[in-house]
Design a binder for this molecule. Structure first.
Ligand SMILES: [Zn+2]
Length: 452
């Protein structure tokens, strides 16, 4: 089955046009050289020593042996000795509602985000980032999520008829959103109309598995990604309990049969479905009250917008629910490993916007969780670099350190392929060709936090 890929505004942003101009107070050197650096290209599981990387006009223009580099006389030269240059990271599942998030993403090396519930707010962030008025990642965004009645989340776009779904999809295409996100309570006929209309207007469908549709039908249909391993556990029951039990969702992981994971993973791989596990979402949801209190004392939490912090403080799931979510985590992790083993398509997403997930920092926690599930550092990082570019039909245009790719880069202090934690040891970040040393990012974050 052929799957749609993003082709509209997002693609123009991702691969088209010239480099993003900086604002008048921040002139961007047109030429930047990373000299004598280890390159981590991320399209091979390998590191190339003693390279010089030349960036011109926001793109990687030349990579070669440091001894052969011809550096422009007016270039900004960044001494890369002992450092590793890797692609910027893509967080493929966020909910970014606040301007303050944008700088956090960059500070942690996240240079692309896929926003899973979009409104004018995110379209405006995107416009300002593209115009160079705001430092932030490249944003790909869904429109308002589409759900049945009553919607799971307040503020959802409620669609209850096939014609209503078709109209909603056309509206979202016209407003400039990049894909449509279906949610749990859509009736099957409405979902069917949604995916059909989306195909007609060229918008991919990415999101949840509506209960009334079920995973089986979603796999067979044109939806391109499933978030959170949503309802995967329904197809992992050797002795299916009553359907009401499975409709609860996450409880299904407690009775998931590990022997059924490889066949499901094979099926998803064969179909080309992308999975976005968001293991961190469940890890954080499953924290105890004591763990939640300790989390709020972590230093990076101070850098988060107070409105978001307040939502976290207010978050108090029942101990029973938190415990259920926590106990499902080994099975979710095993499913992630099965997906990797089967060669299924994985994207890293954090679900920023949910409790205790710091924009940007959550990326590094999810990388560690993917490695904990059994992926190699290269495999985990692939889900945040090259794979997102493939997902967005922009293979080679970002997510790799290769000539021609957009200059979204992270300079780190040690080899991230040896230990994925090294991807967080950031010496500086380049986004669309604009360079920020770590100290400058820290200064901007402190300045931003002081103004909260
Ligand atoms: Zn989400």
């Amino acid at each position: 089955m052929s799957r749609q890929t993003l082709t509209l505004a997002a693609l123009a942003t991702l691969i088209g046009g010239s480099a993003c101009e900086a604002g008048p107070t921040d002139p961007v050197p047109t030429s930047i050289a990373f000299t004598d650096v280890f390159v981590v290209p991320m399209d091979v599981a390998d590191v190339q020593p003693s390279r010089t990387v030349l960036v011109r006009e926001g793109r990687i223009d030349w990579i070669g042996p440091a001894s052969e580099a011809r550096i422009d006389p007016d270039a900004l030269v960044i001494d890369g000795r002992g450092l590793y240059l890797m692609p910027g990271l893509a967080d493929m599942h966020v909910h970014t509602w606040r301007q303050a998030d944008q700088l956090l993403y960059i500070a942690y090396g996240v240079t692309v985000v896929r926003n899973m519930w979009g409104t004018e707010t995110q379209l405006e962030f995107r416009r300002r980032i593209e115009a160079g008025e705001l430092v932030g990642p490249t944003i790909v965004t869904a429109g308002p999520l589409m759900d049945g009645s009553p919607a799971f989340w307040d503020g959802s776009l409620i669609v209850t008829t096939p014609e209503g779904a078709r109209q909603a999809v056309r509206d979202q295409a016209a407003r400039g959103y990049d894909f449509v996100k279906p949610y749990d309570r859509l009736p099957a006929p409405v979902y069917d109309a949604l995916v059909d209309e989306a195909a007609g207007v060229g918008l991919p469908v990415a999101g949840h598995v509506p209960i009334d549709v079920g995973l089986d039908a979603v796999i067979q249909g044109p939806q391109v990604s499933v978030e959170h391993l949503n309802r995967y556990s329904t197809l992992l029951q050797a002795d299916p309990p009553d359907s009401a039990h499975l409709r609860l969702g996450e409880s299904g992981w407690l009775t998931a049969d590990a022997a059924l994971m490889p066949p499901l993973a094979d099926r998803l791989a064969g179909d080309g479905m992308w999975s976005v596990p968001t293991l961190i979402l469940w890890e954080r949801f499953g924290m105890t009250a004591a763990e939640r209190g300790a989390f709020m004392a972590r230093p990076e939490v101070r850098l988060v917008h107070p409105g978001l912090r307040q939502q976290w403080t207010d978050f108090a799931p029942s101990p029973q629910v938190a415990d259920l979510v926590r106990r499902g985590q080994p099975a979710r992790s095993a499913m992630v490993r099965a997906l990797q083993d089967a060669g299924a398509r994985l994207l890293l997403g954090t679900d920023v916007g949910n409790p205790f997930i710091v924009p940007g920092a959550g990326m590094h926690a999810e990388l560690a969780l993917l490695v904990g599930a059994g992926l190699s550092p290269y495999e985990a990082l692939s889900a945040a670099t090259r794979a997102p570019a493939r997902f967005l039909a922009a293979d080679g245009s970002f997510g790799v350190v290769r000539v021609g790719a957009r200059a979204d880069l992270i300079l780190v202090e040690a080899n991230p392929l040896d230990d994925v934690v090294n991807a967080s040891r950031i010496s500086g970040v380049m986004v669309r060709g604009q360079w920020f040393a770590a100290a400058e990012l820290r200064r901007r974050l402190e300045e931003q936090a002081a103004a909260f």
